[in-house]
Design a protein around this ligand. Structure first.
Ligand code: GDP
Length: 480
């Protein structure tokens, strides 16, 4: 591998479409250089404008990153509680909520927001998350220092926390007319249950106000990028950065989230052992949100109905004793199943082991782990989740579950338009069982509904042609 990369015929820059800055230490993040050897090159080139802006962002992050002179100065304002004007450095501090998929989507959204407003992004990750990824920006860190003064307030930071921007607007502690000096910091609550005051974040007038606040702490578990496209003052810049709107998470996600060496070991060993030799790789992501109301057989029937109907997988002969003739098509398909449970994998593996396929194709079925329960704060659990998201993104064909951010991350990183399994209700298999996604972008599950100008609820899926309602979440928004 290193010979290929060091041969000098292709520079790292060319290999990676120039998304990454030169000057990284290769050994500290092998995936950044080796990913190209495992996955198909992206069919989507980032715009030159995006590349240039990323380099500008990286210098800003270098200038303002943790413990730089400017960082220390801006921190003084936070400690004294007084906003004494600009130091040239303003920040978005991201604090997580929910599982890995939700977190990756909201970090990418917070990064894009920071990017648009000339702020530096710092993330509050525990070791169990920090160890999954390489540092994305050269010669600095994106990790929020342990001694950051507001850290001890973060656990109180929920929707009802009095110091959120929404609550301060509601109680008229701050108002939009800007009579009082802007505070040194504000909490922005942008999660699944925002109210109409939190939603004012998405209004231009409020963005003008926020611009003067050096520290913005964001708590989110949402992919709120589609609504940034609906903020008039961001729209033009976003269109220049992403002439193809469908590629936002594809580029931002690939830029920010490269597997750490430990994660890369898990990914590449599994890939080489089970997936690399296949003629085609099919990922099936089975996310069951409520096992009581969604029985196994209902979901299994749905998966088979979707994959067989759309010819994603071959049918099997109804006989056990036939042997596929050697003259048949003997191509090898590898099916990667990811799920918290093992029963879906067992069923599909058993089906293709005990019976021959009609087409003669040979089907191998694999599942890296079955963790049974979601866990928080456990490094190996998160490492497996990240590995599986990444392996799914290396598929040629992807089937995902409705509502799952785990699947969204995989589809966008892999530039795939997945077949989405509709969410079963009342224990019955939906008809049709699945639908192919319009675009590879993730869905913003809980977008704002309160129009800034109209002052009444509006349909945000009807404002511009490239922001539509999602296939799996009727009121959600996605870029197409
Ligand atoms: P979502 O809840 O489906 O939107 O996805 P999230 O990633 O936000 O949260 C689900 C969490 O459950 C993951 O982060 C994992 O911790 C765990 N999980 C769910 N499905 C799987 C799976 O297929 N494999 C593994 N290893 N973990 C999973």
């Amino acid at each position: 591998i290193s010979e290929v990369l060091d041969s000098g015929n292709v520079s790292y820059q060319q290999l990676l479409n120039e998304l990454f800055a030169p000057g990284f230490d290769k050994g500290s993040c092998l995936s950044r250089y080796e990913a190209i050897l495992y996955r198909k090159p992206s069919p989507h080139k980032p715009s030159l404008y995006l590349i240039a802006k990323l380099r500008t962002y990286e210098s800003l992050h270098n200038h303002c990153g943790p413990y730089t002179e400017s960082y220390n100065k801006t921190l003084e304002q936070l400690k004294s509680g007084r906003n004494i004007g600009t130091t040239g450095c303003n920040y978005v501090v991201y604090t997580p909520l929910s599982g890995l998929g939700n977190m990756m989507l909201s970090v990418a959204s917070a990064f894009l927001y920071a990017f648009l407003t000339n702020r530096v992004l710092l993330v509050e990750f525990g070791r169990e998350i920090a160890d999954l990824f390489c540092e994305p920006f050269p010669n600095t860190t994106w990790l929020l220092p342990m001694d950051f003064p507001l850290r001890n307030q973060f656990e109180n930071f929920r929707q009802e926390y009095p110091r959120t921007y929404g609550n301060m607007l509601k109680k008229r502690i701050i108002n939009i007319s800007m009579k009082s000096p802007p505070p040194a910091f504000l909490y922005l609550y942008l999660a699944y249950n925002i109210d109409r005051y939190d939603e004012l974040f998405y209004c231009d007038q409020n963005q003008d106000q926020l611009q003067k606040v050096p520290w913005l702490v964001i708590k989110s578990n949402q992919y709120f990028v589609p609504s940034l496209f609906l903020v008039p003052s961001f729209h033009q810049e976003l269109s220049k950065l992403f002439p193809d709107q469908e590629t936002v998470f594809h580029h931002v996600g690939r830029y920010l989230f490269q597997p750490s060496n430990e994660a890369w070991g898990l990914i590449t060993r599994f890939y080489q052992a089970y997936l690399s030799k296949a003629d085609e790789r099919i990922g099936i992501q089975v996310r069951v949100f409520d096992t009581k109301t969604t029985p196994f057989q209902t979901v299994m029937d749905q998966i088979l109905s979707c994959t067989l109907k759309d010819k994603l997988l071959p049918e099997v002969l109804d006989v056990h004793n036939s042997v596929a003739s050697l003259s048949n098509n003997q191509s090898l398909k590898a099916v990667l199943v990811t799920s918290l449970y093992s029963e879906y994998y067992e069923y599909i593996k058993g089906m293709y082991w005990t019976r021959p396929t009609v087409s003669g194709e040979v089907i191998g079925v694999f599942q890296p782990s079955h963790e049974e329960h979601e866990l928080y704060g456990n490094k190996m659990h998160s490492m497996k989740a990240w590995t599986e998201i990444y392996l799914l993104s290396m598929s040629d064909v992807l089937i995902t579950s409705s509502w799952s951010t785990f699947g969204y991350v995989a589809q966008s990183l892999g530039s795939l338009k997945p077949w989405i399994l509709y969410r079963p209700f009342n224990g019955t298999t939906p008809d049709p069982p699945c639908v192919q996604a319009m675009s590879m972008e993730p869905c913003f599950h809980f977008p704002p509904r309160y129009g800034c100008k109209a002052k009444v609820n509006i349909d945000e899926g009807a404002i511009v042609p490239h922001v539509k309602h999602c296939e799996d979440v009727g009121w959600g928004l996605k870029l197409v």
